[in-house]
Design a protein around this ligand. Structure first.
Ligand code: ATP
Ligand code: MG
Length: 484
């Protein structure tokens, strides 16, 4: 049963016409600017408000121009092609964000004959919260992008790789040369020797420094996720893969550097895939049958003995040779004990700065004690030990006894030799240093018993004390236990 029409409205056509007139009037009261284009994208009409917003000087006519010439980022052409209106989109005109709608104009047969673009900007009070929310989101997104870009920059430079020993200098030179080239680098060395630091420094000094440095630690990611992390995933690649494609680290690193940390921990199956990517310069995301070409410089690192792994069959020989183009072996701390003093100085300065306390130093006796340890955790362990000692003891001068927990594992003579490295100095200074080193040697050999140390040095105990005082080797620590 149909309802009776209201008086004056006789048929459906009248209702439609009234509705469209009302809509047009409403539209007219809402919009701030409007532009109409024909099917070729040429402007056939534009109102004055829109012209003013565009800053058009009025000298030349806008009508007849192609829309993109006037509004470079216009989406009207896209709307005409798709035939679908875009209602309430936020659009940038110059530095201004406006709310726009884009509507394809169709004839009776449904053929698109043009497009209408209208601006509904901040006169529309109801849209203000949406616009400001959108602007906030855009600002958040921009800052997130900036942050992400920063995290993908090199964090360390060569200057942060502290050390004056010939071994370290040589390695730094090697790395600087590697930075200039674009070949794959393989960083080898025990844990805590500075492989990550070096990878950052190489990227930072390379031509790719402005591009991302993306890291992936093969040991830190479960085997099942590693492939997706590296190469990316296409939608529907597997159950739960999600509706969007997810780029892998290789794609994130495109144009820049990929730091493949702990590459020795990569499963054999992935080693084969990695090799292919390195050889072809193309990645194939999981679930995709399309290869994407990528331009990535790889810096790989491992604390494992890769060559031994190759011999044992747990690392692919072909991948090993592909990675081993520019191998750099970072020396262990025990191989460059000459760097101990400068490393300690740097760490103690950093520790003091963080704690807001005066900088501590280490007596030569204390240094000899540190040098007599074998440092399996290398520079990282040194940093930790110093952090602990600085926190535990109030003394400004850290002595051997402040490092009592460290087992003595190396010959003290080696320590003294190593700490003697450096520039050519005045003879008096060298004599003093030698004397000091011998005293330390004697103290360590005598386990801190000064009478015995004096005997070893063929001097009296009083003379030894004089010299200890002269060289600043007498601790000012109140908790110091005198062993005579
Ligand atoms: N020559 C150096 N000068 C100053 N700091 C260093 C030096 N070498 C290493 N470090 C510091 O020691 C710590 C360990 O370095 P890094 O993480 O680069 O070592 P790694 O070789 O990657 O170790 P792992 O194999 O355990 O991952 C870091 O805090 C780093 O800044
Ligand atoms: Mg590392």
């Amino acid at each position: 049963m149909s309802r009776p029409s209201r008086p004056g409205l006789t048929n459906d056509a009248d209702v439609r016409s009234l509705a469209s007139n009302t809509l047009l009037r409403l539209f007219d009261s809402l919009y701030e600017g409007a532009v109409v284009v024909d099917r070729t994208g040429r402007i056939t009409w534009i109102n004055d408000k829109y012209k003013a917003l565009l800053g058009w000087n009025g000298a030349d006519s806008i009508e007849g121009r192609v829309i993109e010439e006037v509004i470079p980022n216009s989406r009207l052409r896209h709307v005409m092609e798709s035939g679908r209106a875009e209602l309430l989109d936020v659009f940038a005109i110059g530095s201004r964000q406006v709310v726009v709608s884009r509507i394809p104009l169709q004839d009776e047969t449904g053929t698109v004959i043009g497009g209408l673009g209208v601006i509904l900007y901040d006169r529309v009070q109801a849209l203000k919260p949406i616009v400001s929310k959108f602007q906030q989101m855009q600002a958040d997104l921009a800052s997130a992008h900036r942050e992400l870009a920063e995290t993908r920059q090199a964090k360390y430079r060569f200057s942060q790789m502290v050390g004056v020993s010939p071994r370290l200098r040589e390695v730094k030179d090697q790395a600087r040369r590697a930075a200039e080239r674009d070949a794959t680098v393989l960083l080898l060395g025990e844990t805590g020797t500075g492989k990550e630091l070096m990878a950052h420094a190489i990227h930072g000094a390379s031509q790719r420094a402005g591009k991302p440095l993306v890291s992936l630690n093969a040991a830190a990611i479960p085997e099942t996720l590693l492939e997706a992390e590296l190469f990316g995933v296409e939608p529907g690649a597997y159950t739960g893969a999600g509706p969007k494609s997810r780029p892998g680290k290789f794609q994130f690193a495109d144009g820049g550097t990929l730091f493949l940390d702990e590459v020795g921990d990569m499963p054999l199956m992935l080693q084969a895939k990695l090799l292919r990517v390195l050889q072809e310069g193309e990645v194939e995301p999981i679930g995709s049958n399309r290869l994407r070409s990528i331009d990535v410089r790889v810096i790989a690192a491992t604390s494992r003995d890769l060559k031994a792994m190759v011999d044992a069959g747990s690392f692919r020989a072909d991948l090993y040779y592909r990675l081993n183009v520019l191998p750099i072996r970072l020396p262990s701390l025990r191989e460059r004990l000459g760097d101990l003093p400068v490393l300690c100085e740097t760490f103690l300065e950093q520790i003091a700065e963080k704690a807001g306390e005066p900088v501590k130093s280490i007596s030569a006796e204390g240094m000899a004690r540190l040098g007599a340890y074998h440092w399996p955790g290398n520079v990282r362990e040194l940093g930790n030990i110093l952090q602990l000692a600085a926190a535990r003891h109030d003394a400004r001068l850290l002595n051997a006894e402040h490092f009592d927990d460290l087992p003595v594992t190396a010959s003290v003579a080696v320590v003294a030799e190593a700490t003697r490295e450096g520039e050519v100095r005045a003879l008096r200074e060298v004599v003093a240093i030698t004397e000091k080193a011998e005293i330390i040697k004697a103290l360590v050999a005598a386990r801190g018993i000064k009478l015995n140390a004096a005997k070893l040095l063929h001097i009296s105990r009083a003379q030894l004390y004089e010299k200890l005082a002269a060289y600043g080797l007498l601790s000012d620590s109140p908790d110091r236990k005198e062993v005579v």
